[in-house]
Every structure is written in structure tokens, then in C-alpha cells.
Write a protein that binds this ligand. Structure first.
Ligand SMILES: Nc1ncnc2c1ncn2[C@@H]1O[C@H](COP(=O)(O)OP(=O)(O)OP(=O)(O)O)[C@@H](O)[C@H]1O
Ligand SMILES: [Mg+2]
Length: 499
């Protein structure tokens, strides 16, 4: 066998294996094999039953005939004298009737008559005959030899004798004086069997063809719903439709379809938020560019504009460039957060010290806005955190508290801990957040009051950066706000980082 033929054989085998992996093929095979086996069982059961019954009927018949003959043998004294023509004719008739052989055996096991005429005067040695002689009626036997096609029956020849018992009373005694050994041909039974077998086989063939067609049909019908699911999913994949799939035929298909629809709706939501994000980003990036374009165009349209105007406009353009740079920085840090979600740079950090540093950095802005910034540390806290990311998060919140505050307002930062978590609470006396916006402020680019926020400056990315940093630490952030009175952000972080 060369390499090529080995390969082709392997490929051939793989194809067969693939067929067996098909549910459709399995259902087909299951139905077909079940039908085929039942068909065979019924066939053989019928044939067997018929044979058993036919043999039994023929045996009983022959036995009855042999018994009648036995009586006649006694009546005519045949055992003593075999010349009786009537009995001879009767014997031949019995042999003819059953297409067999009849032998009369006396109590010395000598064959005194054989319808075949070949064994007369010989002594027979047969277990059945001996048993019959000894036991009389109880010794009646019949042996079916299916291979050679005959039944051998022994029938006792009994005579009633009158004797006296011990007390001198007359009693009748049954005495076995000989045996009739009849061989009955079963040729016609096997002929009938052959015909039956033939008929059964042709019916069986038809039934098997019907079962074959039925299993093909059933396997196809049963699996139709799965084909429908595949087609529907393919349609969605090809973009023909975006609707939910519905295949409620079976509980199983319903489960698959429900799971798929949920997946699809999740992907739709993801897709929508991605699109929203992209359009927000481009909008945000475009705004400063539009302003710069307007400023530049104005200067170009006035060739003799004074130097002061140039300086003024250039300052504005420079501010817009800064804005653009801030937006890009924020975006980059967001992308970084998303990417390095699994890679926190964890170390043991003194949280009190970290908070002090954050507040120190923000104090100048607070002073500029006349905001009183206080820190209340309830206990010393050390925790396993990523100092850079978490500092940025807290700084964003405190910066907001300063920015969205009132003239002469205050910002209070409280640090506390229990045995599992530490909490940083940032409260302010600021403008507050409308109730329907409290969930939205964490979205990228979301700002409550667009015009006011523009004046304050900012991209709306701060809190979304904060939130992803906190979630990466398996912490949580809550916001509680009363419009016009102030806002409280509560950040809770586990003391030890669990991967
Ligand atoms: N302490 C606060 N009080 C009132 N409003 C707040 C407060 N913190 C946040 N907000 C509102 O939530 C919005 C989103 O805040 P976020 O920090 O994400 O963006 P931003 O401050 O506008 O811009 P930046 O990206 O520069 O931080 C703010 O624009 C503001 O409207
Ligand atoms: Mg902010």
C-alpha cells in the first residue's frame, strides 16, 4: 500500500465519520435500525411458532392413530401372528398417510413388522423403545429431528390381564406387550415453512423500504427547525435582516434562539454605544478646530488688521490648541485604561499621604475660585492599589467638586476605613446634579449643562476615566446630589487587591 492510497483511505474514513456526526444521520439510523430489528424479530417469531405448532399437531395426530392401531393389534393377536391382512393394510395406510415408516416391536425388542420390510426379525436397540416398554403410557415419546425432517413416535401396545392379588381378589393389570415405532415425515411442514419464509421476506422487503423512506422523512422533518435557525442566523450574518429570530417548534430550539437573540441585542447595544462614542469624539475634536478656522479666516480677511488683534486672536487659537490637546490626552488615558484593565500596577500605598498630595495639587485652583478645601482623615489607611490610576480618579472627582461649585463654597474630603474597605467621601456645596443625570455623568463626553461646562472647560471624560479606574480595583462609586445644594461622591475600594 503506497502513501497515496493510505491518504485517500484516511480521507474516506473522515467523511464517514462526518456523516456519523450529523444528528440527522443519527436519527435516521436510529429509526431505521429499530424498524429493521422489529421486522426481523416478528419474522422469526412467526416462523418459529408456526414450526412448533405444526410439529405438535402432527405428533398428536400420529399418536392417536398409533393408539387405535395398538388396540387393533391386540384384538387381532398380531403380535403372535402377523398374517392378518386387515392389520397389514391398516399399517400400510398409516405409513402412507404420514409418508413414513411403522415398526411393531415385541417385548423382546424384536421387530416383528416393518412397513419398509428391511428390519424384520432384527432386534432394535433404542432408548425410547426400552423406556416405552418399561413405563407403558407414561413412556410415550416423540422426538423431532428437524435436520432429517421426521418425527419419531413410540406408542406402547398394552393388554389387560386378569390376575389375583394377595388376598385372592381378581384385579385387572395393564401390561405392555410391545411398542409401535412410527416415523412421521415433516416434509410438508418444511415446504410450508419455505413458502411462509418467502412470503415473509417479500413483505419484509416492502416494510424495510417503507421504514427506510419513513426514517429519511422523519429525520428531515425533525431537524427542519434547526435548519431554520441556521438560515435565520446566516441571514443576519449576511445583513439581510436584523430582526429577532423566532423558532418556537421545540423547547431546545427556543432556548438556542433566546440565547442568540440576547447575544444579538447585546451586540446591538455595544455597536450603538461605539457609534455614539465615535461621533462624540469627532464632534469634540472638531469644535476647537472650527473655532481656530474661524479665528484664522477672520485675520486673513483683514490684511491690515492691527497687531493687537493678531495677538488676541493668536491667544485664542493657542487656547483652542490646548483644549484639543487635553481631549486627546483624556482619550488616550481612557484607551490605556481599557487596554491595561488586567495590568494594574499594585503596591502598598499610604492612602492618607496619597490624598494629601492630591489636595495639595488642587489647592491653587481652589484658592483661585475662593473655595475652602478641607481634609478629614478618620484613621491611617494603607491599601494595595495602583497609586497612579487611583490618584487620577480621586483627583478628577475633587477637581469637579471645585469646578462645579459656588462663590465662597467648600469641598470636604473624608477618608475612613473598616477591616475590608476604605472609603473616600468628597462633598461640595456646589450646583448639584439633576436626578435624571446622576447615572449619565459617568458616560464619556456627558456634561450636564453644556454651555456652562464649556465656559468652565472640560471634555466630559473625567468621570468615565474615574469610574473605570475604580472598577479595575473592584471598588464602587456612588453619587448623591441635591440640585442647587451640593453633591457627595462616595468611593469604596477593597483594602487588599484580589486578582
Ligand atoms: N461635583 C459636581 N457638581 C455638579 N456637577 C458635577 C459634579 N461633578 C461632575 N458634574 C457634572 O458631570 C459632568 C461630567 O463630569 P466629568 O468630570 O466627566 O466631565 P467634565 O468635568 O465636564 O470634563 P473633564 O473631562 O475635564 O473632567 C460635568 O460636566 C458636570 O456637569
Ligand atoms: Mg471633570
Amino acid at each position: 500500500m503506497n502513501l497515496k492510497s493510505v491518504f485517500s483511505e484516511i480521507i474516506h474514513k473522515l467523511k464517514i465519520v462526518n456523516i456519523f456526526r450529523s444528528l440527522r444521520a443519527r436519527i435516521f439510523i436510529l429509526i431505521f435500525v429499530t424498524g429493521f430489528i422489529s421486522c426481523q424479530v416478528v419474522h422469526f417469531a412467526i416462523i418459529e411458532t408456526y414450526e412448533g405448532r405444526a410439529v405438535a399437531v402432527r405428533t398428536t395426530e400420529a399418536q392417536t392413530q398409533a393408539r387405535i392401531l395398538a388396540d387393533h393389534l391386540i384384538t387381532y393377536g398380531y403380535l403372535q401372528d402377523t398374517s392378518s391382512e386387515i392389520v397389514g393394510a391398516e399399517l400400510d395406510m398409516l405409513a402412507n398417510l404420514y409418508d413414513g415408516r411403522v415398526m411393531i416391536i415385541d417385548d423382546n425388542l424384536k421387530i416383528i413388522k416393518d412397513t419398509y420390510g428391511i428390519s424384520e426379525k432384527k432386534t432394535i436397540i433404542s432408548e425410547e423403545v426400552v423406556k416405552c416398554l418399561k413405563q407403558g403410557d407414561n413412556g410415550t415419546t416423540s422426538v423431532y429431528d428437524a435436520n432429517n425432517g421426521y418425527i419419531e413416535i413410540t406408542t406402547p401396545i398394552t393388554q389387560t390381564r386378569i390376575t389375583e392379588d394377595e388376598s385372592g381378589n381378581e384385579v385387572e393389570v395393564e401390561e405392555v406387550v410391545g411398542v409401535i415405532l412410527t416415523s412421521v415425515s415433516t416434509d410438508n411442514i418444511s415446504t410450508t415453512l419455505d413458502i411462509l419464509n418467502q412470503n415473509a421476506s417479500s413483505i419484509e422487503l416492502i416494510i424495510i423500504i417503507v421504514i427506510f423512506m419513513f426514517s429519511l422523512f422523519a429525520a428531515n422533518i425533525l431537524l427542519k427547525p434547526f435548519d431554520r435557525i441556521t438560515n435565520a442566523i446566516n441571514d443576519i450574518k449576511a445583513g439581510f435582516t436584523n430582526e429577532d429570530i423566532s423558532v418556537p417548534d421545540y423547547l431546545e430550539t427556543e432556548h438556542i434562539v433566546t440565547a442568540f437573540n440576547q447575544l444579538q441585542s447585546r451586540m446591538k447595544t455595544l455597536d450603538e454605544s461605539r457609534q455614539e462614542f465615535v461621533s462624540n469624539v469627532s464632534h469634540e475634536l472638531k469644535t476647537p478646530i472650527t473655532s481656530m478656522k474661524v479665528l484664522a479666516d477672520t485675520l486673513v480677511a483683514q490684511p491690515d488688521a492691527p497687531i493687537e488683534m493678531y495677538q488676541d486672536f493668536m491667544q485664542d487659537i493657542s487656547k483652542e490648541v490646548d483644549r484639543e490637546a487635553t481631549i486627546i490626552d483624556d482619550l488616550l488615558s481612557l484607551v490605556k485604561m481599557d487596554k491595561t484593565a488586567a495590568q494594574l500596577n499594585i503596591s502598598t500605598v499610604d492612602v492618607n499621604e496619597m490624598t494629601e498630595i492630591i489636595l495639595k495639587r488642587l489647592r491653587p485652583i481652589a484658592r483661585k475660585n475662593n473655595i475652602e478645601l478641607t481634609f478629614d482623615s478618620r484613621r491611617p489607611v494603607t491599601a494595595e492599589i495602583d497609586e497612579v490610576k487611583l490618584s487620577l480618579a480621586i483627583m478628577n472627582i475633587v477637581e469637579n467638586a471645585i469646578k462645579y461649585n459656588k462663590e465662597q463654597g467648600w469641598v470636604k474630603v473624608i477618608l475612613d476605613a473598616d477591616h475590608q474597605f476604605f472609603t473616600i467621601t468628597i462633598s461640595d456645596s456646589g450646583v448639584g446634579i439633576p436626578e435624571d443625570s446622576t447615572d449619565l455623568i459617568f458616560n464619556r463626553f456627558y456634561r450636564v449643562d453644556k454651555s456652562r461646562s464649556r465656559e468652565i472647560g472640560g471634555t466630559g471624560l473625567g468621570l468615565s476615566i474615574t469610574k473605570s479606574a475604580i472598577l479595575m480595583h473592584r471598588g464602587s462609586i456612588d453619587v448623591d446630589s441635591v440640585l442647587g445644594e451640593g453633591t457627595t461622591f462616595t468611593v469604596t475600594i477593597p483594602l487588599s487587591y484580589a486578582k
